[in-house]
Design a protein around this ligand. Structure first.
Ligand SMILES: Nc1ncnc2c1ncn2[C@@H]1O[C@H](COP(=O)(O)OP(=O)(O)O)[C@@H](O)[C@H]1O
Ligand SMILES: [Mg+2]
Length: 225
């Protein structure tokens, strides 16, 4: 079973947003997924209540992520998506420990980089593979990345922090879909937002295959040294 943990001590970076859209994107009968809401703020729990299907299933916990994952494995769940609180509490490090990969969403701004550095430090301390995903970025223009995004990439590279090569753009569809209890693929399958989530999902799948030794190409993550 694969466990994707979304973490950043910075509130508003996009943990809940990415967790919800990816879970809704990935879940199907042949690939049963589970959402674990480990953030007392309960954003994913709220979103999940709005979903008519109740799928993928959601569990709420703060200190019991490892136990939920153990049970989910027995139940045949293949992927779990864990949302965490915007801090560096034991609850968050517990979730990281139970994870396969830690995804750190980051808005391209100076203050976020500090938060990222600290969060990455925790992923390294618990020896988990990790990668940053640039979220809520200004759009690419004529297929050229915004200078703000390029600058964020450069700053992260200086800190030796691995970053996904794609970006999740700031798009109202991401918020509008969540407000309806949907993922962007369900909200508008042909939208750019849905394409971006699809790309991020492929990158995560590839990383996880590499972590399991089943893929040798380029990946977005780095292993903790
Ligand atoms: N790519 C995006 N485009 C538009 N709005 C976004 C995007 N990512 C996040 N948001 C909005 O920003 C706010 C904070 O995001 P959220 O996922 O709740 O952050 P976190 O869980 O890290 O605190 C939410 O209102 C969300 O809808
Ligand atoms: Mg959140």
């Amino acid at each position: 079973m694969n466990v994707v943990v979304f973490a950043s001590r910075k509130g508003g970076s996009g943990k809940s947003t990415l967790a919800a859209h990816l879970a809704a994107h990935a879940h199907k009968s042949s690939r049963p997924c589970l959402i674990i809401d480990a953030d007392p703020q309960g954003s994913l729990t709220l979103w999940h209540k709005l979903r008519n299907s109740g799928e993928p299933p959601l569990k709420t916990t703060q200190r019991g992520v490892a136990d939920i994952i153990k049970a989910a494995k027995r139940d045949g769940i293949e992927w779990a998506f864990v949302d965490t609180a915007p801090n560096m509490s034991t609850s968050v490090t517990d979730a990281m420990r139970a994870g396969t990969i830690v995804v750190v969403p980051c808005r391209p701004g100076v203050f976020d980089l500090e938060a990222v550095r600290e969060t990455i430090g925790f992923a390294r301390a618990v020896r988990k593979p990790y990668a940053v995903v640039i979220n809520a970025a200004p759009p690419r223009r004529q297929d050229v990345e915004s200078p703000m995004v390029t600058q964020a990439r450069e700053s992260l590279a200086e800190l030796n922090i691995p970053v996904w090569g794609g970006q999740i753009t700031h798009r109202t569809n991401f918020s509008l879909a969540l407000a309806q209890g949907e993922g962007v693929k369900e909200y508008d399958a042909d939208s750019y937002a849905a394409v971006e989530i699809g790309r991020l999902w492929s990158a995560i799948e590839k990383s996880v295959r590499a972590i399991h030794g089943a893929h040798a190409g380029v990946v977005m993550h780095r292993m903790a040294a």
